[in-house]
Design a protein around this ligand. Structure first.
Ligand SMILES: C[S@@+](CC[C@H](N)C(=O)[O-])C[C@H]1O[C@@H](n2cnc3c(N)ncnc32)[C@H](O)[C@@H]1O
Length: 349
């Protein structure tokens, strides 16, 4: 995988130290692509919070996330942000910092054991995932309705729900194992502002549409993302795509497609300036108008249909590797659970 944001790194110092809070690392690859180990859109890159090592590009690009079978990851202090991030984490999460810590622990334990996040991410959960997602909360108006498309292990959706209890957040994710984790995490953290919805973005417009804001991190190239996400926003609502250094290039490449999909001129927003270095790069697209999908509600539309630009991305977009709702990727469970009004993993918190 080529996306440094989702690169797997070493276990880090102390990574093999056993202890009361250590857990065995997974012994093999999961059958799902891990959001932290290679299924991300190759067009994204991860800003890393100041003071933390991002690792070398080669290290970050190593998708062999799994640790040796005998290794254990010490998570005894994962619920606390590292000292160099304590101030920014406190600013981002305020009096919900302990809750953010509980989510960090869930990611480092169940998230890793279930193959949803690479064990090598554990030492950098706070900078690459919690803080980098958390700073984005500054873009949301009070009480906004938010749909997070392709939440994976809850990034950025659960982090936003932790940082901002005033938001109403729907997590849209097609893969059963991920929605199971999301549902359990929501319960475990007592997040009453989160709904977990199993399905692909383009299939849940009826249930999740009309949002003020749609977020997506490392899900697909911008044209395809616009095709999936703009139908979920109300007119005047916004898509906030967490992108990296590729943002300007993607805008240049996909501007016309976005316009055809009903989006306005994309703008780049930087989040966390002064807190993290570099700040998080967001592509913001306001939905100007409704666009009827040629294949009707739930169908792929506009530039999404061909998906050629995605196919050109080195490493492939996660939509190519991560849309586990396709039969066969998830043992057939996805189709069954996605259908019907009462989804197995759907909940209103
Ligand atoms: C690389 S992961 C990123 C997960 C998470 N956003 C993160 O940043 O860690 C991409 C996620 O998008 C999901 N996905 C792929 N196609 C999707 C679609 N059409 N609608 C909703 N989610 C989709 C995949 O199942 C996967 O969980």
């Amino acid at each position: 995988m080529t996306d440094p944001r989702f690169g797997a790194g070493d276990l880090g110092p102390g990574g093999t130290a056993p202890g009361p809070s250590s857990f065995p690392a997974p012994t093999g690859r999961s059958d799902e692509p891990s959001p932290a180990s290679g299924s991300g859109s190759s067009t994204d890159s991860l800003p890393v919070a100041r003071g933390r090592s991002a690792g070398s590009a080669a290290e970050a690009g190593d998708s062999s996330a799994e640790s040796p079978a005998s290794a254990t990851v010490d998570v005894s202090d994962i619920a606390q942000p590292p000292a160099e991030l304590a101030a920014v984490a406190t600013e981002v999460f305020g009096d919900r910092l302990a809750l953010a810590g509980r989510f960090a622990r869930l990611l480092a334990t169940e998230g890793v054991v279930r193959g949803l996040i690479g064990p090598r991410e554990t030492p950098r959960l706070w900078d690459r995932h919690l803080v980098n997602c958390g700073v984005v909360a500054s873009l949301f108006p009070i009480g906004a309705s938010v749909v997070d498309v392709g939440s994976g292990a809850g990034l950025p959706g659960i982090v936003l729900a932790v940082a901002r209890p005033d938001l109403g957040i729907t997590l849209v994710e097609p893969m059963a194992r991920r929605t199971a984790f999301l549902t359990e995490a929501v319960d475990e953290l007592g997040l009453d502002n989160v709904t977990v919805l199993r399905g692909r973005a383009e299939e849940v417009i009826g249930e999740a549409g009309g949002a003020d804001i749609v977020t997506a991190r490392a899900v697909a190239p911008l044209d395809r993302l616009a095709g999936w996400c703009l139908p979920l926003a109300r007119v005047g609502g916004r898509l906030l795509a967490l992108k990296g250094a590729s943002a300007a290039e993607e805008i240049g490449e996909h501007r016309l497609a976005i316009e055809r999909l009903g989006g306005g001129e994309p703008a780049i927003r930087l989040c966390g300036s002064g807190l993290i270095d570099p700040p998080v790069t967001i592509v913001e697209i306001v939905k100007d108008r409704e666009v009827e999908s040629r294949r009707g509600p739930g169908g792929r539309s506009g530039a999404s249909r061909g998906g050629r630009s995605g196919a050109r991305q080195p490493g492939g977009g996660s939509d190519q590797r991560g849309d586990g709702g396709r039969p066969g990727r998830d043992g057939g469970r996805a189709g069954r659970e996605r259908r019907g009004g009462g989804r197995g993993n759907t909940r209103r918190g």
